[in-house]
Design a protein around this ligand. Structure first.
Ligand code: SAH
Length: 217
């Protein structure tokens, strides 16, 4: 086992399994994805720390625990078709890719063109062939490939964007941070026959979701 794989096992044991994430597929995915490949090389020594890291353009790669917690709360199965808003480094998309497996697929939207390009290249290089990175405003979702078995938003929204709820399949979940610009509530919204059910997960802090159904800037 290489040094990074050893660090990831430690990261999962200390920061994730020890807290409240227990889905074995999520824990396996967190052990499998080479997180060090998604952080700037100057921050390599901190790649597995219990905190978010800057990835350029004022954006961040989320703390490992938050990535695992959000993924678990999506209740995904192998073969699922998933939408991510806020591709950033591509790390969360890679974790989702591992969870849904080769029969599943991820569409990940990013509004900053430079990030969309580098994340797409990185994911292709690492062999995550079932992830498609799309540049654009993810607050509108990606209706062309709806409905989705799960939608995850990794930037903070002032309110839940209605197009995302509309693009959820029945029984599918939307996991999203909602609230002010400094502090938000992470919620899971499940689409049921004839309505939606909303569940609180925890408090959190994300960079803003900017777009038509998000913040203005
Ligand atoms: N999931 C990422 C971290 C995301 S940080 C990772 O694993 O690295 C949040 C990202 O959301 C930033 O890259 C930001 O540019 C992007 N973002 C903000 N508003 C957006 C929008 N309307 N559509 C798509 N991406 C958006």
């Amino acid at each position: 086992m290489d040094e990074f794989a050893r660090e990831r096992r430690q990261m999962v044991a200390d920061q994730i399994a020890r807290r409240d994430v227990s889905d074995p597929r999520v824990l396996d995915a967190m052990r499998a994805v080479p997180r060090h490949r998604f952080v700037p090389s100057s921050l390599l020594s901190q790649a597995h720390g219990d905190f978010p890291l800057p990835v350029g353009d004022g954006q961040t790669i989320s703390q490992p625990y938050i990535v695992a917690l959000m993924t678990e709360n999506m209740h995904l199965s192998p073969g699922d078709h998933v939408l991510e808003i806020g591709c950033g480094s591509g790390y969360q998309a890679a974790v989702l890719s591992e969870v849904v497996g080769p029969q599943g697929d991820i569409v990940s939207i990013e509004r900053v063109p430079a990030l969309a390009r580098s994340a797409g290249e990185r994911l292709a290089e690492l062999g995550y062939d079932n992830v498609t990175v799309v540049e654009g405003d993810g607050t509108k979702g990606h209706p062309g490939e709806a409905p989705y078995d799960g939608i995850i938003v990794t930037a903070a929204a002032p309110t839940v964007p209605e197009p995302l709820v509309e693009q959820l399949g029945e029984g599918a979940r939307l996991v999203i941070p909602v609230g002010g610009s400094w502090f938000q509530e992470l919620v899971a919204i499940e689409r049921e026959k004839g309505g939606v059910r909303k569940r609180h997960i925890c408090g959190c802090r994300f960079v803003p979701l900017i777009g038509e159904h998000g913040w203005e800037r």
